[in-house]
Design a protein around this ligand. Structure first.
Ligand SMILES: NC(=O)c1ccc[n+]([C@@H]2O[C@H](COP(=O)([O-])OP(=O)(O)OC[C@H]3O[C@@H](n4cnc5c(N)ncnc54)[C@H](OP(=O)(O)O)[C@@H]3O)[C@@H](O)[C@H]2O)c1
Length: 249
């Protein structure tokens, strides 16, 4: 099995929140940046989010650009990547947008003990995969690799990002900073508490920074598999190489 290349992608407020406390959806980014994310999706074999994001955001997780969808089809791929989520409770509605779009495969990972119950509840909406007593992201990534996934994009939320970073399964992080504060202590954060491999004495490598209209994209190399694939230029953007953000000595 070849472990998929894992790219974490998210947008957060200046104070590190992914969303507000209340379930109303908060728009973090702008049109040019959504287009960048759409390109990342189009380049991926699978897109993963946590079950809480499925419940709160009800995302479709599809490639939006018709041109990109056609180009995937021309390459013999599905029009949009496989959709992946993970749950312990199984609290997922088969009516959620995640389960729409018949042309795209949906995978739901859960503990082995709940797999039968969740499969019965979701019916034909998804393939349910039980992996061990508790689901580890390592097991998910191994199984995705066995299914031919070579490039996995993880789009949050924070509970998911935390596990991928703490377990050293992430190869790249594309983090967007939106120009506002949330300031609500109960709101979900980009990551939760954890023993992170990147500390003050082991710093992650900033590979690129880029202004995209009113947001900033920070691109970190989190493993030596970081592929440095160039990002679409996008409109309204200005890029800087890693060194330019460092304070001058
Ligand atoms: N700004 C952004 O870019 C962005 C991106 C994505 C999400 N968000 C926001 O982030 C918020 C959600 O983030 P979150 O951290 O609260 O949740 P999350 O990471 O989306 O999902 C957490 C849920 O996923 C399931 N899960 C995760 N790891 C698991 C494991 N190892 N085993 C079994 N189940 C597992 C559990 O579902 P069950 O409870 O079903 O067991 C858990 O409650 C939402 O408000 C969303 O809008 C923002």
């Amino acid at each position: 099995m070849t472990r998929p290349y894992v790219l974490l992608s998210c947008a957060m407020s200046i104070d590190g929140y992914l969303d507000r406390e209340t379930p109303c959806k908060l728009t973090m980014s702008n049109a040019a940046d959504f287009d960048r994310v759409d390109q990342l999706r189009a380049e991926s074999d699978a897109i993963m989010v946590g079950a809480s994001t499925v419940r709160r955001d009800d995302p479709h997780l599809m490639v939006r650009s018709e041109e990109r969808r056609l180009s995937r089809l021309a390459a013999g791929r599905s029009c949009s990547p496989i959709k992946v989520t993970v749950t312990a409770t199984g609290d997922l509605s088969p009516q959620a947008a995640f389960f729409a779009d018949e042309e795209v495969e949906k995978l739901v990972y859960c503990p082995q003990s709940s797999a039968r119950r969740i499969a019965a509840m979701l019916g034909s909406a998804a393939t349910v995969i039980g992996v061990g007593a508790q689901v580890s992201m390592g097991a998910v990534v191994r199984d995705l690799g066995d299914r031919g996934v070579r490039r996995l994009m993880v789009e949050g939320g924070g509970h998911l990002h935390t596990q991928f970073i703490v377990d050293e399964l992430a190869d790249e992080l594309q983090l967007v900073i939106a120009p506002f504060f949330v300031g609500e202590p109960g709101a979900p954060r980009f990551v939760e508490a954890g023993r992170f491999p990147w500390t003050a004495s082991r710093r992650a490598r900033l590979a690129e920074s880029r202004a995209i209209a009113d947001v900033v994209l920070l691109r970190y190399a989190l493993s030596d598999r970081f592929d440095g694939r160039s990002l679409p230029a996008g409109s309204d953007s200005a890029s800087a190489t890693a060194g330019s953000l460092r304070p001058q000595p």
